[in-house]
Structure formats: C-alpha cells, structure tokens
Design a protein around this ligand. Structure first.
Ligand code: CAO
Length: 415
C-alpha cells in the first residue's frame, strides 16, 4: 500500500530535537526525508547522552527513524552546489538552526526561491519576530517563556518544567502541520511559502487554558477549582495549580496501595459531575450524593480538599490498577500514574505500534515510540535511523553525480 506523503521529498536540515521530530513524522507518513549533516560530526545528538560507546545515541536514533543521511559541508563552495541541487529536487526544506544561520550560509529565502519557486521553507525558531528573535533556544527555555513553567508545580514551590518535551517535540508537531498545510495550498497556487513555528508560540498554544485562567482571574479575583481556593490567596498572575485538572471537572492525584515504597503508586481521579452519585457509592459516602453541601459541583468547590482526602482513603486500599478497574466499571474517569518501565512493558502499546522495537546494526535492539498518529490508509513501518552519511553516494547518484565526481567531492571535503 502507498503512503500518504509518498511523492514528497524533504531536505532535512534539522538537528537536536524539535526539527528532527517534525521530519521523522513526515518520514513516517511516507516522505523521502534526506537529512543533511556535516561530515565527521553529524547531528550533535549522535554523541550526546550515549549509553553505548561509539554507537549513535538513543537521543539520535529515536528522533531520526525512516530517514536517509547525506554528508555535505554547506560552507564549502562545492558543497553549496550539492545543496543547491538538492534544493532543486526537493519539495520542502526544514531547518532549525540558530536565527540567521541559513542566510549566513548563503541560502536566503530569495536565493532558495530562485532555485526552486515551489520550495516550502519550514523553520523552528525559539521566538517569533520581536525583541528575542535572534536568541538560541532549547526546550526548557521555551517552557519558561511560553507560560508552562510559571503555571506548573505547587504554589509553595518554584516554577517547574514538565518532562513532556512540549517545547521541542511540541513545536515539531506544530511545524509538521504547517508543512502539510503549505503543501496542500501549493497544490492550488503552485507556489512555495515560508512556514515558521516559534517554540514560545507552540508552548503558549499548549498552555492556552492558562491564558484563559489569567483573564478569569483578572475578572473575578478567584479561581474556585484551584487548590488555593477557598483558604489561600490569589495574586495578579495565574498561580501554579499543583495537580488540579485545568478543566471544568475537578481532579487530583491520590495515593494508592503501596505508595510508601513505590513512587508511582498513585492515580489521577476526576470527580466528573455526571458520575458524582457513583463516586459517593464507590467510596462509601452515599450521604454525599444528596447532602446540599456536596450534591452539586458548585457546592463541592470549596470542599475539594476534604472530598479528595476522603476519596484517597478509599484509593489507598487498592492498587492503582485495581482502582482503575473498579472506577471504570462506573465510567468514573481516572488514570494510573504509569512509570516509564510500565509503559515500556505495556503489551497493548506494542500491539498498536506506539512502542516499537527496532534493530540497529551498531547498537542492537532498542525500544522507541512509534508514530502516535495512525492513518488507516497509510500505516507506519518504523525503520532504523541512518548511520552518518550512509546514503551520501546513493543520493548523489540520484542527483546525477557520477562515481568519479562523488569521489572528487569527497577528496575536496565537500561531502
Ligand atoms: N555544513 C557546514 N556548516 C553547517 C552544517 C553543514 N552541513 N550544518 C550546520 N552548519 C553550521 C551552521 O551554518 C552554523 O554556522 P554559523 O554559526 O557560522 O552560522 C553552525 O553550524 C551551528 O549552527 P547552530 O548555531 O544552529 O548550532 P548551535 O549548536 O550553536 O545551536 C540551537 C543549537 C538548537 C540552540 C540553535 O540551533 C537554535 O536556537 N535553533 C533554533 C531553535 C531550536 O530549534 N531549538 C531546539 C533545539 S532542540 O532542543
């Protein structure tokens, strides 16, 4: 069966995490992704956080599946010509260099347009146009400037960054959507365009509910579903909400059996209004179903701490999986806190291709996260990441270079 992006060729000029996540997704949808790296070095993540000497790190392999790797020194005049040939042959150039790096290399938007007017140039940058547009940015910087850190953690502690890579992988996802949208528009206009996903914007987009809360706070001075209510105080800015749900149905993380020795023996419990009576019955507080102080969502808001403490008395008598099973029988939304070990061993995630075992010629077998987006007519087969320059000769031949020319360019240090 064909793949959704079968005829799309991507010049993948990305490195580290944000850009590679984006191009990996496009590769999983069938695009031919040609990753351009510097000979001898390659993407810096090949050697970062290594767990096996001389093998490409998991950091690299898990972000660069289904791609081809070519080495080109794009600052070498002859290397530039090779890159130009690639620009003419590809549909999309994706890059996440520091601001201005592509221009300094001589590949301005205007020059790329001259070479290929249909080319879509997609970039990740830390910030959009404005005072910080020239700054280099990594994941946690984006989390801090996009509103995630100031709203994550507990009220009595410092700002906290989340383990989910919303700055890098989150922005990669945003960029991928921008690229396929630009490809779609190109089918009607015949023209390429620039696509920009700024990491600050991507994180803020994912923190949309917190900007919602900022405005609610300014209007009402209080947020009744936050743990600060009713006994704490609210300042001018949205406070950290601990484990409060962020939505209209209050939730919290509660201890389960074994919490004393297992740091993940917890469950997220949501007191969804439509199942309130069932919750009361499960935890043995039948009287709360009709008592005016507990029967309605509004009445419950000032009592959430007491309510969750009572529910926790019940969850502490069950393992997180027992609690999950019992609660789901009654349609009570909840989620066990799964450790990475438990996720890695989860059979159902392996069956759906969300966790995949991949074989690599140097590092051997390892686990990765497969394509989280499943298309019924374009299934994803995860194949290993390329070795540095593994496909240089193959791609050069496709560009029309002879064996002799390839060797000459290699001797000149251009590839
Ligand atoms: N041949 C020759 N030169 C190459 C090359 C190649 N194949 N590939 C890259 N280079 C050069 C670039 O042209 C650049 O040169 P100049 O500094 O002379 O312009 C140089 O390598 C380094 O690029 P960089 O500045 O992007 O790399 P860095 O390691 O210093 O910074 C990062 C990394 C991520 C902070 C920066 O790229 C950045 O801010 N990117 C945008 C935001 C982003 O994506 N951040 C997320 C990264 S994932 O956490």
């Amino acid at each position: 069966m064909g793949k959704a992006l079968d005829d799309v060729r991507i010049l993948d000029f990305t490195h580290v995490q944000s850009g590679p996540t984006c191009t990996q997704l496009l590769a999983w949808f069938g695009a031919d992704v040609i990753k351009v790296e510097r000979a001898g070095a390659g993407d810096i993540t090949r050697e970062q956080l290594r767990d096996i000497p001389d093998a490409d790190s998991l950091y690299f392999t898990m972000l660069n599946h289904n791609k081809r790797s070519v080495t080109i020194d794009t600052k070498n005049p002859e290397g530039k010509l090779v890159l130009e040939a690639l620009i003419q042959k590809c549909d999309v150039l994706v890059e996440n260099f520091a601001p201005g790096a592509l221009d300094r290399m001589g590949f301005t938007w205007e020059r790329i347009q001259e070479l290929n007017p249909k080319m879509i140039v997609a970039s990740v940058k830390g910030f959009g146009p404005g005072p910080y547009e020239d700054c280099k940015v990594y994941e946690n910087v984006a989390q801090c400037v996009g509103g995630a850190a100031s709203t994550t953690g507990f009220d009595d502690g410092p700002p906290v960054v989340t383990g989910a890579q919303i700055g890098d992988s989150g922005t990669g996802l945003h960029l991928a959507l921008g690229i396929v949208t630009a490809l779609y528009q190109r089918t009607m206009t015949g023209r390429g365009q620039k696509v920009l996903a700024a990491m600050q914007d991507g994180v803020l987009n994912l923190c949309r509910v917190k900007l919602r809360d900022q405005q609610r706070l300014e209007r009402t001075g209080v947020m009744k579903e936050y743990p600060q209510y009713p006994n704490g105080t609210f300042g001018e800015a949205v406070p950290r909400a601990g484990n409060a749900s962020g939505g209209g149905q209050p939730g919290w993380i509660l201890k389960c059996k074994g919490w004393e020795h297992d740091p993940n023996a917890y469950i997220y419990f949501i007191t969804q209004a439509p199942v309130w009576v069932k919750i009361c019955n499960v935890i043995g507080k039948e009287e709360w179903a009709t008592a005016p102080e507990y029967a309605t969502p509004t009445a419950r808001l000032p009592r959430l701490k007491e309510i969750f403490a009572e529910i926790e008395r019940w969850t502490m008598t069950k393992t997180k999986f027992e609690a999950m099973e019992i609660l789901n029988k009654y349609d009570i939304p909840c989620g066990p806190i799964l450790s990475m070990k438990e996720i890695a061993e989860d059979d159902s995630l392996r069956k759906t291709g969300t966790i995949v075992e991949v074989d690599h010629p140097v590092r051997g077998k390892y686990l990765t996260v497969g394509n989280p987006i499943k298309l019924s007519d374009s299934p994803t087969d995860v194949t290993r990441s390329p070795l540095l320059g593994e496909h240089t000769d193959e791609v050069m031949a496709e560009l029309g270079y002879s064996r002799e020319q390839i060797e000459a360019l290699r001797t000149a240090g251009a590839i």
